[in-house]
Design a protein around this ligand. Sequence first.
Ligand code: PEP
Length: 251
Amino acid sequence: MRKPIIAGNWKMYKTVDEAKRFAEEVKERIPSAEAIDSVICVPAIALDSLVKEAAGTDLKIGAQTMHWEKEGAYTGEISPSQLNALGVEYVIIGHSERRAMFGETDETVNKKVKAAIRHSLHPIVCVGESIEVRKGGQTTAVVRSEIEKAFHGLGEEEASRIVVAYEPIWAIGTGESATPEDADNVCETIRNVLSELYSETTANSIRIQYGGSVNEKNIDSILAMPHIDGALVGGASLDPESFLNLLGAVK
Ligand code: PEP
């Protein structure tokens, strides 16, 4: 059985004080980590405070990106060992906003995934098609290629530690979610690709989230789908009550 995982992606929202207030409000009301992994991926400036704030609770903290090198002359970047030192557990890799605006490629995604695994971080690897790709009937080909490249060179045990987030780019921040059936079909395709790359046991152990305009209204129908193990949520994760309701949707 795969444990559901709901992760908030706060993007470039909230000051450190606002982030701390959020954590104070939700941390004692997070469902048991035995049943669900509840994660917020917060701006880098808030990582330290939030790890401390969430210590001893079921709330897990993640970063939104990182470099693949341990240290070096990479102005503005954050390394996996720096995340380790803070006690961060998760890191989003290859979000479409980073691919589109900050030069992230399938190759850098792969380097980051490997670095995350080396440093015992849980990578949440984002894949997904643009609207042009979808209209052109190329969704499967694009998502397959992104998965193959992200997992390139990783063994069975390493692969099993990755969370995949299927995020159609046209659904992110637009209010236009994929239908549960469409999302489920692509998540099934992703698992089929994973079972070509790995054993059935490994492929079946990898959690696949859907992301793209998930909210309190549509999360039930999304989580009801057989191939979807959770959600990566942007806008709707910013409000404490909304975030708690999203977690509460896991049955
Ligand atoms: C995201 O940031 O990954 C995302 C899915 O955003 P939203 O939920 O706002 O569409």
